[in-house]
Design a protein around this ligand. Structure first.
Ligand code: DGP
Length: 113
């Protein structure tokens, strides 16, 4: 797939406030935060959206979840955070490079709007 905005963040072509990195993924603060903690976890592998992930991506998807948990805990929100994955433009996906939103630090509605 073609490069995305997030590929440029991985490659340090665009600056970002990076809070975690390993060989498989990167986590950085959302430029337009919707909560006191709003961090994005992205795979370094370009997967446009969750429905494009393949069965052999399962370990990577699990790793993203584990990293999200570790990052939330390091940020002080380990007891209460929400993960969001927008899959498709119709539900608000605007960057077509798979990402987990980690949100915390305020009250959240359930069900989400
Ligand atoms: P989504 O709507 O689920 O595709 O979320 C994309 C998020 O990416 C959105 O919350 C804003 C964030 N974002 C877009 N451009 C940038 C950028 O250049 N830097 C950072 N840090 N975040 C960005």
């Amino acid at each position: 797939m073609t490069d995305t905005l997030f590929t440029k963040i991985i490659d340090r072509e665009i600056p970002a406030d990076i809070v975690y990195e390993d060989e498989q993924c990167l986590a950085f603060r959302d430029i337009n935060p919707k909560a006191p903690m709003h961090i994005l976890v992205i795979p370094k592998k370009c997967i446009a959206k969750l429905t494009e992930a393949k069965q052999n991506d399962e370990p990577l998807l699990g790793h993203l979840m584990t990293v999200a948990s570790v990052v939330a805990s390091k940020e002080g929100y380990g007891d209460a955070f929400r993960l969001v994955v927008n899959n498709g433009a119709a539900v608000g996906q605007s960057v077509f490079h798979l990402h987990l939103h980690i949100l915390g630090g305020r009250d959240f509605m359930w069900p989400p709007g």
